[in-house]
Design a protein. Structure first.
Length: 327
């Protein structure tokens, strides 16, 4: 169980609301279809994908299973791309994704007759982090590009042009693997092309905690991952402000939701299959997910949906429930 999920459960236990779940967020009518609050659904739900989204999905799955003990929800972390490789051959019911499905993944799903839908479940501030001893507080997109682009040979912070304050320290880089949606999003946003990144960095795969350990242990360390890992490890690491041309902006709930944290603010998704959407247990889970996601997101350090985003996601789910067909 991830440390993020432990934090979530401890917080809920302390406030005594674990058992409230859907009932606290919606109607008290026990016949309300799809909520799953009556515990009358059963089955297995298999989710894989993004290590960024997984702690949020795990925390919500824990609450859902407490109300629906006959449903088992398993959440894997193969990365967004690795998860789509499973999802698009029908091995999983849904894929957590920190980047939107791409053309290659769409083609794979189509080849295997896996129909899918995209539902936004949260927002994220993709965060660039350094060791707390590093005096640098803000970095530009151009400076990030000079460090991370394919073929870059920068190995010392003193080699980064225009850095203020100047810092003379050996640079040690940590980042996710190539199956990661975070890798895909960062490389496109910072380096201008998905997958364009230097290869001589410490590849942590899908274990973002290795980036925390690496950056916190190296004075010149730098890495990047989702906002929740920054929140969870503040003090061990420091999040840099990002300047995309309009001044330095820190990663935060407010700057993501007001649109000023660019270009590293991003949506987080779940991609359910049409087959999964035909199953009552999965529909109940997704209904519970959206009814509770913003309160859970706050507990585990994620950035919730805006009111409009939540309304749109719930309306979309309502239109999809029961429309799939089981094979």
């Amino acid at each position: 169980m991830s440390s993020s999920k432990f934090k979530f459960l401890a917080a809920l236990a302390a406030t005594g609301v674990l058992a409230l779940g859907v009932a606290a967020c919606g109607s008290d009518d026990s016949s309300d279809s799809g909520s799953g609050s009556s515990g009358d659904v059963s089955g297995n739900i298999r989710i894989d994908g993004s290590s960024t989204v997984a702690p949020l999905t795990e925390a919500i799955a824990e609450g859902f299973q407490s109300e629906n003990p006959d449903v088992k929800v398993t959440v894997g972390t193969s990365g967004t791309g690795g998860g789509f490789e499973k999802f698009c051959v029908g091995e999983t019911d849904a894929n957590d994704a920190s980047d939107a499905i791409d053309e290659e993944q769409e083609a794979m799903c189509a080849k295997n007759n896996v129909e899918w839908e995209e539902i936004q479940v949260a927002n994220d501030a993709l965060s660039v982090v350094v060791n707390p001893e590093n005096p640098v507080e803000c970095i530009t997109i151009d400076q990030l590009n000079s460090i991370w682009k394919g073929g870059s040979k920068i190995s010392n912070w003193s080699e980064v042009e225009g850095l203020d304050p100047a810092y003379d320290g050996e640079m040690t880089l940590f980042g996710p693997g190539t199956d990661s949606g975070t890798f895909a999003y960062f490389t496109e946003a910072v380096n201008g092309e998905e997958g364009n990144q230097r290869t001589d960095y410490n590849n942590v795969g899908e274990d973002d905690n290795q980036t925390v350990t690496g950056v916190s242990g190296a004075p010149g360390g730098m890495g990047y991952f989702g906002f929740s890992f920054l929140q969870e490890n503040e003090g061990k690491i420091k999040g840099l402000q990002i300047d995309s041309g309009k001044g330095c902006v820190a990663p935060s709930v407010e700057t993501v939701q007001d649109g000023t944290y660019t270009p590293l603010a991003r949506p987080l998704f779940i991609y359910p299959s049409a087959e999964a959407l035909a199953k009552p247990e999965f529909d109940a889970f997704m209904t519970y997910y959206l009814e509770n996601v913003n309160s859970v997101a706050e507990q585990v350090g994620y950035i919730g949906l805006t009111d409009q985003q939540l309304t749109d996601a719930q309306s979309k789910l309502e239109s999809l429930i029961g429309t799939g067909s089981e094979s």
